[in-house]
Ligand binder design. Structure first.
Ligand SMILES: Cc1cc2nc3c(=O)[nH]c(=O)nc-3n(C[C@H](O)[C@H](O)[C@H](O)COP(=O)(O)OP(=O)(O)OC[C@H]3O[C@@H](n4cnc5c(N)ncnc54)[C@H](O)[C@@H]3O)c2cc1C
Length: 807
């Protein structure tokens, strides 16, 4: 049969050919220029580093001299960064008593970026955030600092100059962000696996153009890999039909920490910035021309309940998904411009990806791209894109999690079993997609950010992306200066303006932490990569461990490098609630929701000491954080999903007894050894692999143990399969079903024979309980009953392998 080429394929081939030629020509002319610029930059930056006696790999301070703004000397910047942080109560006082040039609403990337821009121009600046800094979308991103390879493809295919400029701007901002916070952001290789030969030149041309458009801001040049080399670097990749791969570079960061750093840097430059302060209405006055103007906001401290007015010449709405809510406070009945869309990520263990190589799936089944990236010692995969409502508590859905897992399976080797039970956490972020209010077609989404200056001078900045927060802020403050007649002392100077922690950072700073403070190497690396030169302050806040080694730095959770001293430091940086530490000041909630739950009581204890919390407040914090983990971080997603126990009361009693008989040591859970013993007792031959499968499918919280809830859920799923023989429940129980169906049938026979009541569904008493409700359904007698089945006659205690080996 003759191979047929579709028009699309032909177009791609033509494009690939043309692009290869074009790129080749561009590279020949541009590369020498790029290289020489690199040397210039390197030279000036080494000179500066030498002058201040710091490591040669310090941030590129030459970028501080920007044509748009005035130069701020490195030493002046550094001095500012040692300005003490005023306590929150002093900030609230200043917000109440003083009058400001600018009041920013919203403490995400955009708002804190605007505040930093304004205050460094010499404008009297304030900012209020209704929860914690970065509590909105800005802590829930994919963590990439990128120009968007995909957008470039669109720009070229559609000859779209606007899109091209957007990519170009993002690439410039990418370089700036890596430069101003080198401790928090770094360049990062991403692999694009190729499974069809013709895609190789096609994608190669695309990523080479990405490098070329970045020009002298290119992070590292992209390259092509053979199949063997690709598998060497990314062994988890699916081998079958793999042709080769391409690797390109973007930036990666800790988004929440970057956001907090922006807020803290603004405070150090003199801005009054308060979290947990919500704008409830806008203040309006009528000017001499009889026109209404927004001149401040009425705010409420969400912690104390106190309310007051903040007066400002200019109010900037930077509330992301809440854009329209604030616009409506400015003027009722206006056309809405924000179309929120939810993006979910799932977190998997580190062994799913190599330590320093990400993966890009360029075409998922819904036409989006999915990233699969190592980050903070775990693997982050996402994202989805679904219209949603704006919510203070965005939640990931089981559907979205399953979608991501399914897409990942397409790219990973069949040896890497992608299991639902491996999901360590899942979160949703709301994209504030906006349409331009100045365009007649308000239905179409703006490609970039939009800035609206309303008649009443309320300024709205919305859309864009994390990467471009700085240029968005610059443009916004420029507009504010004109619209509200402000008089800044100087022009924008945030390009090259180092953030808190960057000035004294060097790539080897962590060694000093190990040597001078006796901190573990892994902890030291984490501190240096989070707080930069402020790591020493964090280390000084740590108590002695009482051990020979490490001398300082007790971990909050043994598996992660977050330490107790960070909690104290976070309080100095305005962390007000336990969830602030759990989710944003450390990233424990994002990286492992189970570990976060375990670390929570200790975090609450330390915060209680620092902030003088009562027992009642501690209890409230525990409950509040627990709800956050359950609702927003996917802790309880399986339990709170639609999985309902469809058992009669008698059946539940029966299964509880069964569980207890398996758990004959009364541990409250069963392990792989209990299952092994059980199958041996009933004469079922089950291999070690099958046992492993059973455990991994039902052990939803990945602790290598099956508790009663998980056990009932397993039986519930098996019942469903046995009844309707569908085999497609939302967890893949099929393998287990093959093993266990026979046991369920036996159990049901026994239930019938013992006349415990009629079987479901004919029974008049059909329990339709959620997992959390099953306890209430037990008879009090049964609750005390140790189980009808006697403990199995003592099996010769196998030399029990440590339970950890089971998973
Ligand atoms: C899933 C996903 C992945 C993404 N990945 C990337 C990426 O990899 N790279 C990238 O560059 N961009 C990425 N983005 C885009 C980027 O995250 C957003 O553009 C950016 O975080 C938006 O910041 P923001 O400050 O505008 O909004 P937000 O971070 O949501 O901040 C708005 C703040 O306003 C506060 N607020 C609301 N109402 C009030 C009020 N009445 N009073 C006081 N405060 C109020 C909120 O509490 C909130 O903290 C991603 C977005 C999503 C959704």
């Amino acid at each position: 049969m003759r191979p047929r080429l579709s028009v699309r394929t032909l177009k791609r081939l033509l494009f690939a050919g043309a692009a290869v030629g074009g790129v080749g020509a561009v590279i020949v002319t541009v590369v020498p220029e790029v290289a020489s610029r690199f040397h210039e930059i390197e030279a000036s930056y080494s000179k500066m580093a030498e002058k201040v006696g710091l490591d040669k790999r310090l941030p590129n301070t030459s970028l501080m001299e920007q044509p748009s703004g005035s130069v701020m000397a490195f030493e002046d910047q550094r001095k500012q960064m040692y300005n003490p942080l005023p306590p929150r109560k002093d900030i609230l006082k200043s917000l109440e008593e003083e009058e400001f040039d600018i009041l920013v609403i919203g403490g995400g990337a955009t708002g804190t970026g605007v505040a930093l821009d304004a205050v460094t121009r010499g404008l009297k600046t304030s900012l209020v955030e209704k929860f914690d800094f970065a509590s909105g979308t800005s802590s829930r991103s994919t963590k990439l600092i990128h120009g968007g390879v995909r957008y470039l493809q669109k720009a070229i295919f559609n000859l779209d100059i606007e899109q091209y400029r957007m990519v170009k701007e993002s690439l410039t901002e990418r370089a700036n962000l890596l430069n101003i916070a080198p401790h928090l952001a770094s360049s990062f290789p991403i692999m694009l696996p190729v499974y069809k030969w013709w895609q190789l030149p096609y994608y190669w041309a695309g990523i080479k153009m990405y490098d070329v458009v970045a020009g002298r801001q290119v992070l590292k040049p992209s390259y092509i890999l053979s199949k063997t080399k690709a598998l060497e670097l990314f062994p988890m990749l699916k081998k079958d039909k793999l042709v080769g791969a391409l690797v390109y570079y973007d930036g990666q960061h800790d988004d929440a920490r970057m956001n907090v750093s922006l807020a803290i840097t603004a405070v150090r430059y003199g801005a009054s910035v308060a979290n947990y302060t919500e704008v409830v209405s806008l203040l309006k006055t009528t000017d001499d021309d009889g026109k209404e103007r927004v001149t401040g906001a009425h705010v409420k401290d969400r912690l104390s309940g106190r309310e007051w007015d903040i007066k400002a010449k200019c109010v900037i709405n930077a509330t992301g998904p809440y854009t329209d809510r604030i616009r409506t406070l400015g003027k009722e009945n206006i056309k809405k411009i924000c179309q929120p869309s939810s993006g979910v990520h799932v977190v998997l263990p580190d062994y799913y990806s190599p330590e320093s190589m990400g993966l890009l799936d360029p075409s998922t089944s819904d036409g989006r791209v999915i990233f699969f990236l190592p980050w903070q010692k775990v693997t982050v995969a996402g994202t989805t894109d679904r219209p949603c409502d704006v919510s203070d508590y965005p939640q990931p859905s089981e559907d979205e999690i399953q979608f991501i897992l399914k897409e990942i399976r397409n790219y990973l080797s069949p040896d890497v079993e992608v299991r639902r039970g491996d999901v360590l956490s899942a979160w949703s972020g709301i994209r504030p997609l906006v349409s331009d209010p100045n365009k007649s077609d308000t239905q179409s989404i703006a490609r970039n950010h939009i800035i609206e200056v309303a008649d009443n001078k309320l300024i709205t900045i919305a859309g864009g992306k994390w990467t471009t927060y700085r240029s968005m802020a610059e443009e916004t403050v420029d507009r504010a200066v004109i619209a509200c007649g402000l008089q800044p002392a100087q022009k924008c100077c945030t390009k090259g303006l180092l953030l808190d922690g960057a000035h004294g950072w060097s790539p080897t700073l962590f060694i000093r932490l190990v040597q001078d403070f006796g901190v573990e190497n892994q902890v030291a690396q984490h501190l240096a990569a989070t707080y930069g030169d402020k790591s020493f302050k964090v280390a000084k806040m740590c108590n002695l461990t009482g051990k020979r080694w490490p001398v300082l730095g007790k971990r909050l959770h043994e598996e992660y490098a977050y330490i107790e001293g960070e909690v104290k430091y976070a309080v100095r940086e305005y962390a007000c609630r336990a969830v602030d530490v759990l989710a944003r000041r450390t990233r424990l909630a994002f990286t492992n929701v189970f570990a976060a739950k375990e670390a929570l009581p200790r975090i609450v204890d330390i915060m209680a000491q620092e902030l003088g919390w009562s027992e009642e407040r501690k209890k409230e914090e525990l409950e509040h954080a627990d709800l956050f983990l359950r609702r927003e971080m996917g802790l309880d997603i399986k339990q709170t999903s639609d999985v309902r126990l469809n058992f009669s009361k008698d059946e539940i009693n029966q299964y509880v007894k069964r569980f207890k008989s398996l758990d004959y040591q009364n541990k409250g859970f069963i392990t792989i050894n209990d299952l092994r013993r059980y199958f041996k007792k009933i004469g079922e031959r089950v291999s070690e692999d099958q046992l492993h499968d059973i455990l991994s499918e039902v052990d939803l919280n990945r602790n290598a143990q099956v508790d009663l809830g998980e056990f009932l859920q397993l039986l519930n799923a098996l019942r469903k399969i046995a009844e309707d023989n569908r085999g497609d429940t939302d967890i893949d129980y099929r393998r287990i079903a093959q093993l266990m169906t026979i046991r369920v049938i036996q159990m049901r026979h026994r239930t019938r024979n013992r006349n415990f009541g009629e079987e479901h569904p004919q029974s008049g008493f059909v329990a339709d309980a959620t997992l959390t409700g099953y306890h209430e359904q037990l008879d009090p007698v049964d609750k005390q009953d140790e189980g009808e089945d006697a403990p199995p006659e003592a099996d010769p205690p196998e030399a029990d392998p440590p339970e950890a080996e089971t998973n």
